[in-house]
Design a protein around this ligand. Structure first.
Ligand code: CP
Ligand code: NVA
Length: 317
């Protein structure tokens, strides 16, 4: 089978594990282009670039979108998705990550893992001889971010210098949005209260990446300052998986960062609202906004399929 030019792997991605997107930020524009091409192509006509190959999708935490979109994407690229609940693997009762990596590498062509501590996926990738893709850790959610920047690109076209405001908890989605956004030259401004800011080193890294491209990444405290003139208002849950014990403190600190009509009034007239989902109505986003005319969240969710299929085509192509 000949691979169409639109899916030719970027050299920085072929065979590459993707845990943060910092591995190959220069390839993000190509992944977005491939994803847009896949989206414009009926799924039953996608080229079978994964023909004869199995991809293990391991979930140690709950998931709706990541699980279904990877399964559907691998299927439509002609591959065999194996969706596995982490608790059902021997790893769930103590088999080492190293041994799991060595065994799976003999059986499948890539491993997608959703887990908690980022060190777990780093260890898996260190021992695997096939590419490992991060389906969410406490620190990063790169596949979400690829769908996010695809959604922003299809709405606005040229995204260099485009202001994206992230409101709320400086979590995994915030960090990955900064990296993927900066890789395309977006100006990503996160408004987070004290104690809930993303790690300074990754913000600096994304800022240095984005500046030569006309964008960057920074953190402010004021939600109105972040929203001012922004074409995208992006939010995520205030209580991520693993944060349940600090629920009360989070609700108290993050209340002023809710994306509602008052905040939208500060944004660009054409602003869209994004959320990686699942949403908590009336907490980080007002219900009317989630279902309103500015909401891009359902496109954003669907785009997980196209962005991840494009990533797999580049990594395994
Ligand atoms: N946004 C996202 O990753 O959703 P799931 O937790 O349902 O996979
Ligand atoms: N920040 C959220 C994203 C869920 C998709 C979490 O980590 O739970």
């Amino acid at each position: 089978m000949t691979t169409p030019a639109e899916l030719h792997p970027h050299p920085a991605l072929r065979g590459q594990s993707i845990l943060t997107l910092k591995e190959a930020p220069e390839a993000v524009p190509d992944v977005v282009r491939s994803a847009a091409w896949l989206k414009a192509t009926p799924r039953n006509r996608w080229p079978a670039v994964l023909d004869g190959r199995a991809v293990a999708l391991i979930f140690e935490r709950p998931s709706t979108r990541t699980r279904v979109s990877f399964d559907v994407g691998v299927h439509h690229l002609g591959g065999h998705p194996l969706t596995l609940n982490g608790a059902d693997l021997q790893m769930g009762r103590g088999e080492s990550i190293r041994d799991t990596a060595l065994v799976l590498s003999r059986m499948v062509s890539a491993v997608v893992l959703r887990t908690g501590p980022h060190a777990v996926i780093e260890e898996l990738a260190n021992h695997a001889t096939v590419p490992v893709i991060n389906g969410l850790t406490y620190d990063h959610h790169p596949c979400q971010a690829l769908a996010d920047v695809l959604t922003i690109s299809e709405r606005f076209g040229d995204v260099r210098g485009l202001k994206v405001a992230y409101l709320g908890d400086g979590n995994n989605c915030c960090v990955s949005l900064m990296i993927a956004g900066a890789a395309l030259g977006m100006d990503v401004v996160a408004a987070c209260p004290e104690g809930f800011t993303p790690k300074a080193d990754v913000v600096r890294w994304a800022d240095e990446l984005g500046r030569p491209l006309g964008g960057g990444a920074r953190v402010v405290t004021s939600p109105q300052e972040a929203a001012a003139g922004a074409k995208v208002l992006y939010t995520d849950t205030w209580i991520s998986m693993g944060d349940e014990d600090t629920r009360d403190a989070r609700l108290a600190a993050l209340g002023p960062y809710r994306v509602d009509d008052d905040l939208i009034a500060h944004a660009h007239a054409a602003a869209i609202v994004m959320h990686c989902l699942p949403a908590h109505h009336g907490e980080e986003v007002a219900e009317g906004v989630l279902y309103g005319a500015r909401s891009a969240v359902w496109d954003q969710a669907e785009n997980r399929i196209h962005a991840q299929a494009a990533l797999l085509a580049h990594v395994l192509g």
